[in-house]
Design a protein around this ligand. Structure first.
Ligand code: FES
Length: 152
């Protein structure tokens, strides 16, 4: 869906800003918001551009720079940490060949940290775009990433 269609689907209320930015970002293969997106949201909702920009930079779920097709978010909160998220993080960095905050050269994966994903019962956990993966171990990481590489 194009940006204008997304924006016009919302009521002109300030409280729609977060959802609007989220939908715009998700509609783009590179999962990010550019200046035109922020201006369009600001104009439509009648909010100052500086406010919209502030919101987009405050929340880690938004990115102002292009990211990969798959956003890999590994949970770093205490329950996942206790269950081995450090090992999972190391495996992800090894398999993807990037550090946290970086995107693979083929623009397929961006690796990010996350706080609790709300699925502590299956710790350690991660999310790739909207899908949650739990009970992770290094072998599972390799399989998941290989599968996504095949699907690209
Ligand atoms: S602490 Fe990792 S999902 Fe809750």
């Amino acid at each position: 869906m194009k940006r204008d269609e997304i924006i016009n689907g919302f009521e002109k209320k300030a409280e729609n800003l977060l959802s609007m930015l989220h939908e715009i970002q998700d509609s783009k293969e590179e999962h990010y918001l550019d200046k035109e997106d922020l201006i369009a949201a600001s104009d439509y909702l009648g909010l100052p551009y500086s406010f919209v920009h502030g919101v987009a930079t405050f929340y880690t779920m938004y990115s102002l720079k292009p990211r990969g097709k798959y956003i890999v978010r590994i949970c770093q909160s205490p329950p996942c940490h206790l269950m081995g998220s450090t090992t999972i993080s190391k495996e992800l960095m090894k398999v993807l060949g990037v550090k946290f905050g970086e995107t693979t050269e083929d623009k397929l994966f961006t690796l990010e940290m996350s706080s609790c994903l709300g699925v502590c019962g299956v710790a350690p956990a991660m999310m790739i775009n909207d899908r949650v993966y739990g009970n992770l171990n290094p072998e599972k990481i390799k399989e998941i990433i290989e599968q996504l590489r095949r699907e690209k």
